[in-house]
Design a protein around this ligand. Structure first.
Ligand code: PGA
Length: 254
């Protein structure tokens, strides 16, 4: 089993044309084969970044995708539009979308299917709130969010990535300890194994997200079942982001 670590930078609603230029010039000839890198800028920068990074191994993704194919859905962006921009990945079910925009597990499932229909790899985010963790519901919440998607036979489990992002760790500076994160990643992989088979479970990359920084990345990425990171805040600071990528490239799993 060899799962290449993947570092994803989720800019959320941050960035500018100037920042796009800075990032593109940093990564224009990126060719490290030991780590996969994907940047998720806001929609309006996806196509430009994709073109400007055509000589780089860095991939570009979108932060959302519509559940609808086309039509009168003001403000939505369809899978076929993303495909036209050569978008490689899409984040589905980020907790900010679940909490602030009330996205349900059912919508996450529709988005995963829509992405895969267009050949775009979805990264399904799952994560428990602080209250749920305190009430010892973390594992059951993750199971529910995951099962809502993987139990549907229309989902292609070979083209799916998972990101475990405890909501209480996102943007708060609080990170799950490496042991805590590893426990949940192991649990997720065992669910994948039970429901999709051992091979799929071993091949699926499970990323950790929530206040990943250059000083905690190595410890997290060294865990057996942590295959990369979904990085928010630190992806907006080029030096921090490149440090995290370097850590992933040289990591030795425990
Ligand atoms: P953070 O965000 O790294 O700023 O905590 C992670 C995420 O929301 O994906």
């Amino acid at each position: 089993m060899k799962r290449t670590p993947l570092i994803a930078g989720n800019w959320k609603m941050n960035g500018s044309s100037i920042f796009v230029e800075e990032v593109v010039s940093t990564f224009s000839s990126f060719n490290d084969q030991h780590v996969d890198v994907v940047i998720f800028p806001p929609f309006v920068y996806v196509e430009t970044m994709k073109k400007l990074l055509s000589n780089s191994l860095v991939k570009v993704g979108a932060q959302n995708i519509s559940t609808f194919s086309e039509g009168a859905y003001t403000g939505e962006i369809s899978g076929s539009m993303l495909k036209e921009c050569q978008c490689d990945y899409v984040v589905v079910g980020h907790s900010e979308r679940r909490v602030l925009f009330h996205e349900s597990d059912q919508e996450c499932l529709q988005k995963v299917i829509m992405a895969q229909t267009h050949g775009i790899i979805p990264i399904l985010c799952v994560g428990e709130s602080l209250k749920e963790r305190e009430h010892e519901q973390a594992f059951s919440v993750i199971e529910q969010q995951l099962m809502a998607v993987i139990s549907d036979s229309r989902v292609n489990s070979q083209q799916l990535m998972i990101a475990y992002e405890p909501v209480w760790a996102i943007g708060t500076g609080k990170t799950a300890t490496p042991a805590m994160a590893q426990d949940m990643h192991h649990f997720i992989r065992s669910l994948l194994s039970t429901h999709l088979g051992q091979d799929t479970a071993q091949n699926t990359r499970i990323l950790y997200g929530g206040s990943v920084k250059s000083d905690n990345a190595s410890m997290l990425l060294a865990q057996k079942d942590i295959d990369g990171a979904l990085v928010g805040g630190a992806s907006l600071v080029i030096e921090s982001f490149t440090d995290i990528i370097r850590a992933a490239s040289s990591v030795k799993r425990v």
